[in-house]
Design a protein around this ligand. Structure first.
Ligand SMILES: NC(=O)c1ccc[n+]([C@@H]2O[C@H](COP(=O)([O-])OP(=O)(O)OC[C@H]3O[C@@H](n4cnc5c(N)ncnc54)[C@H](O)[C@@H]3O)[C@@H](O)[C@H]2O)c1
Ligand SMILES: O=c1ccn([C@@H]2O[C@H](COP(=O)(O)OP(=O)(O)O[C@H]3O[C@H](CO)[C@@H](O)[C@H](O)[C@H]3O)[C@@H](O)[C@H]2O)c(=O)[nH]1
Length: 480
């Protein structure tokens, strides 16, 4: 029986290994982590992450050929194939601070593999890492190997949160990069065999190591660039009276462009886009390509601009101050169908509103009060470390209220901000919400979830990203 061990039981390691176990009954899969709490949760009824369809997959395989453990050394030693899916945060100090990836966790994992391996192993890079990391890891392994043969593969993951199981069941492609030596090719084939259990052969792409690593960063940069492009157009739409949804529909009908990833929003979030673009920027700078670096940096600049623009819109339309006003925030996760808040635009929007002394009251169907407090207290990039290593000081607790219900959050509020496109926000009783609010009642829709015309008929003053403005807003420009 082929034995797989995955180091890192997070958003990628957990779902990916659960699907491998489901689709490959002849493979034994053990997911290990340094976080005892995470492993305990994976072994319980309440999994540590919310992902549609995940519970079902885990229940089918756990205890059969899928196991979760903190005994990292034992399972590394037993495995034929080791996936590494640990955190790769942005460095906060030293060389490359604010851009380069901090490979501390990756390096620790590699050294542990070198220490405990007594037989040949295939080591698979699953984390998203700057190009040529595999080469560095290879050096650590080879120099500490004591005669064991390691083959390094890059197998970046393309799943999106909220649709992880769907994406893993039916991936657009699986990418495997490896060395072009006979041993390297053999290792690529071994990993290909695992995916071939359910992924059609023509969707499994093999490349050299560097192409695989760079493709992952470039794919995320291209996706994020589409959102910043449509968000840039949304600002122009507001200034000129066009409707960004109509413009995006017309653009997306061109088969060369395609319709997906053209929804204007308060900004993109998530653990990947910003971090991966910063990595790309750093690599370009290191290779003496400042023009290319600046090109990609602007994708992030537009994203920051979009968040600031939103906050300024709220403040300027509410008589230029939100001080002491209750502002309800509906949605805190970075997208629907996940409880993940990493780099969610809600953090910057809430911090902006709190900076203007608003009384912020937040409701999200999947995010806990503890998580929201943690997010509002953490410094930039601190979130991407194993949870038990993140700083958290009780003195930093922010004056926000968190409710378990959208009606409670909006009761008595002066304004409502929709920051995540949860389906349930489409179906709320907005007449009831309007009646319970202070007047004039403001609606700021950062995800174009509600029909602005219907909201106006109810009585709200409405702002929707990239849509023609209410006359009230036209006279109150939101300058960044
Ligand atoms: N989240 C996504 O949608 C996504 C998609 C594709 C790729 N990625 C990439 O995959 C990687 C992991 O992302 P994630 O979202 O799963 O992160 P995560 O924070 O959810 O999980 C990482 C896990 O690794 C564990 N860990 C860290 N060091 C360890 C060590 N030495 N030994 C054992 N466990 C260790 C942590 O405790 C944590 O549970 C990142 O490089 C990310 O960029 C993420
Ligand atoms: O038209 C769109 C599409 C997305 N978003 C926002 O963009 C962010 C990212 O969304 P999405 O890409 O769906 O989620 P992620 O889980 O961050 O997945 C991205 O990042 C992963 C980590 O690298 C990759 O594996 C995936 O392929 C890539 O889509 C979210 O805040 C979305 O709300 C928009 O604002 N408009």
């Amino acid at each position: 029986m082929v034995k797989i061990c995955c180091i890192g039981a997070g958003y990628v390691g957990g779902p990916t290994m659960a699907v491998i176990a489901l689709k490959c009954p002849a493979v034994e899969v053990v997911v290990v982590d340094i976080s005892v709490a995470r492993i305990t949760a994976w072994n319980s009824e309440q999994l540590p992450i919310y992902e549609p369809g995940l519970d079902d997959v885990v229940k089918q395989c756990r205890g059969r050929n899928l196991f979760f453990s903190t005994d990292i050394e034992k399972h590394i030693a037993r495995a034929d194939i080791i996936f590494v899916s640990v955190n790769t945060p942005t460095k906060t100090r030293g060389l490359g601070a604010g851009k380069a990836a901090d490979l501390t966790y990756w390096e620790n994992a590699a050294r542990m593999i070198a220490d405990v391996a007594k037989a040949d192993k295939i080591v698979v890079e699953k984390s998203t890492v700057p190009v040529k990391t595999a080469e560095a890891i290879e050096k650590i392994l080879i120099h500490n190997s004591r005669g064991v043969n390691f083959q390094i593969l890059s197998n970046p993951e393309f799943l999106a949160e909220g649709t992880a199981i769907k994406d893993l069941f039916n991936p657009d492609r699986v990418l495997i990069g490896g060395r072009e030596t006979p041993e390297g090719k053999k290792a690529v084939q071994a990993l290909k065999q695992v995916y071939a259990n359910w992924v059609p052969e023509d969707r499994i792409i093999t490349t050299n190591l560097w192409s695989a690593e760079l493709s992952k960063l470039a794919a995320n940069a291209f996706l994020a660039q589409r959102i910043s492009s449509v968000n840039a157009i949304s600002a122009l739409c507001e200034a000129t009276g066009a409707d960004v949804a109509e413009v995006a529909y017309a653009i997306g009908k061109d088969t060369r462009v395609g319709p997906r990833f053209l929804s204007a929003s308060v900004g993109f979030g998530g653990s990947c886009f910003q971090k991966d673009i910063l990595n790309l920027v750093y690599i370009c700078e290191c290779h003496g390509l400042p023009e290319v670096a600046n090109y990609w940096k602007d994708v992030i600049k537009i994203n920051d601009y979009q968040k600031s623009r939103f906050v300024n819109r709220v403040v300027s339309s509410m008589f230029n101050t939100v001080s002491e006003k209750k502002i309800a925030v509906l949605g805190f996760a970075f997208k629907k169908d996940t409880g993940d808040t990493r780099e969610t635009p809600a953090i910057d929007v809430c911090k902006g509103l709190l900076g203007d002394k608003a009384k912020v009251c937040i409701y999200d169907p999947q995010v806990t009060e503890e998580q929201i407090q943690r997010d509002l207290a953490l410094n930039k990039f601190d979130w991407d470390h194993p949870v038990h290593l993140q700083p958290m000081s009780a003195t930093e607790v922010k004056p926000v209220a968190v409710t378990r219900d959208a009606y409670e959050a909006t009761k008595g509020a002066h304004g409502v901000c929709i920051l995540t496109e949860w389906d349930e926000f489409k179906k709320l009783d907005y007449v009831r919400i309007y009646e319970s609010m202070q007047k004039p009642a403001f609606m700021f829709d950062g995800r174009n979830v509600v029909d602005p015309q219907k909201m106006r008929e109810i009585g709200f003053i409405v702002y929707s990203i990239g849509k023609p403005l209410d006359s009230w807003l036209v006279d109150r420009p939101a300058v960044v």
